[in-house]
Design a protein around this ligand. Structure first.
Ligand SMILES: Cc1ncc(COP(=O)(O)O)c(C=O)c1O
Length: 427
């Protein structure tokens, strides 16, 4: 359930017509519904309300500080993967004692920042990272609380690019080899072993891979206990899928029920790192039709709708061949045609939809790219020197720009022409 619905033929976000916002902020822009964000966070979190847990929102999926502060207000923590995400989470008011730091490539500077900020846990992904963290913690004369991210070798049955828990993926430490590194870490003066973490992939539509990896983690926790290593935190990562098209992902409560059943009486705080399931269907990308055209070659013809949002604004269709439903902001009746909806970028791979049966639209029409709240704005770029778009949040009949559209000046911010190019040196 989300709060993007047609009312009298006009797509509205909660109580505001999308076209009203477009006329004030221009296009393209990302639009989030506060009521949907809240509802999805609480639906997920409440599934675990009867057990000790922390819902650490995956900042990478949607990192605007307004969104992060909303979840922090509901008691949420944050799953971060960079110093930049840590900065955002702290700025948004997330309690550092609810921040966990994942990622395979943490720099010394990032580790220092995490330690200085007093975060809950570092999810360590390699032996070298363990030693780097131990060294940095010793220099700072503190103790680093850690989990290891173990790789349970479970097939999440999702897109290859967002599958992370197989032996062939770069993430984590193979669960069968992890005992040794836990024993090593337990001996280190500036390291405190606290947990086990895993994350097997994103956009999972089945519960069974989660249960299978938890089963493996549980048995591993048992083996650690036999060696005297007690685990206080079990982190199951994120990954619950959403409906983009006709997928039927589990309801968060079904997921929670299955996880709690598998956990049994295990005494540990459960950490969850949901991203997409909370924000995915709470955001849309609004774009305007610039041109329509038909290209003919031989007996073939192809219809294009050229819009002002490109693969730099929403990269998922180009990157993963991902499907996003696209609908006109003013409901259309009458004939439809098969079109490619494409952006202005100079790449054939720049499309939002391919061979889509679509209502007849014309220049100036507004379109809404649905389910764009997760990995939408956060994966956007300045490719083709396009300023990144605005982000807007609606609450009831009010809206606020929560990130301004970038300006032309911002495109060259920090750039300079060195003196040796300014002088005529005979180039
Ligand atoms: C370590 C980690 N945790 C959590 C997530 C969030 O996943 P999702 O958005 O599918 O819930 C990701 C996404 O890739 C991740 O890498």
């Amino acid at each position: 359930m989300n709060h993007f619905q047609y009312k009298d033929g006009e797509l509205c976000c909660e109580d505001i017509p999308v076209s009203v916002i477009a006329s004030e902020v221009g296009t393209p822009f990302y639009l989030y519904s506060k009521a949907t964000l809240s509802r999805h966070f609480q639906a997920f979190d409440s599934g675990f309300s009867d057990i000790d847990h922390i819902t650490c929102f995956a900042v990478k999926s949607c990192s605007n500080i307004a969104v992060l502060s909303l979840f922090a207000g509901y008691g949420g923590g944050a799953d971060i993967v960079s110093g930049g995400e840590l900065f955002r989470a702290l700025q948004a008011g997330v309690d550092p004692r609810k921040i966990i730091y994942s990622g395979v490539g943490k720099s010394e500077e990032e580790l220092r920042y995490g330690l200085k900020s007093g975060i809950l846990l570092f999810n360590v992904e390699s032996e070298q990272e363990l030693h780097r963290l131990g060294k940095v913690a010793a220099e700072m004369d503190v103790t680093a609380p850690i989990s290891f991210r173990v790789n349970p070798d479970v097939d999440p049955k999702t897109h290859a690019y967002i599958s992370t828990g197989l032996a062939k993926n770069k993430f984590g430490i193979p669960i069968n080899e992890a005992l040794e590194i836990y024993q090593q870490a337990a001996e280190m003066e500036h390291i405190k072993v606290m947990g086990v973490s895993c994350h097997i992939g994103s956009q999972l539509t089945l519960i069974s891979p989660f249960v299978e990896s938890l089963r493996k983690v549980k048995s591993f926790v048992g083996r650690l206990a036999e060696k005297g290593i007690i685990i206080n935190y079990i982190d199951l990562g994120g990954g619950v899928g959403i409906t983009y098209d006709d997928e039927k992902p589990p309801h968060p409560h079904e997921y929670a029920k299955a996880i709690k059943e598998e956990l049994g009486g295990l005494k540990a705080t459960l950490i969850l790192e949901p991203g997409r399931v909370i924000v995915g269907n709470a955001g849309i990308l609004v774009t305007e039709v610039q041109y329509t055209k038909t290209n003919r070659g031989g007996d073939k013809e192809k219809n294009f709708v050229v819009v002002d949002a490109g693969m730099n604004d929403l990269t998922r269709p180009s990157l993963y061949g991902a499907f996003h439903s696209i609908i006109p902001v003013k409901e259309k009746e009458g004939t439809s045609q098969v079109v490619d909806i494409v952006g202005p970028i100079c790449e054939t791979g720049d499309f939002l939809a391919k061979d889509r049966e679509f209502a007849q639209v014309e220049q100036g029409d507004l379109l809404a790219v649905m389910s764009a709240g997760a990995y939408g704005f956060t994966m956007s770029s300045n490719y083709n020197s396009r300023p990144r778009v605005a982000e807007v949040m609606v609450s009831g009949d009010r809206f606020a720009v929560i990130r301004e559209r970038e300006s032309m000046e911002s495109l060259i911010q920090g750039e300079s022409i060195p003196e040796f190019l300014e002088k005529d040196d005979g180039r």
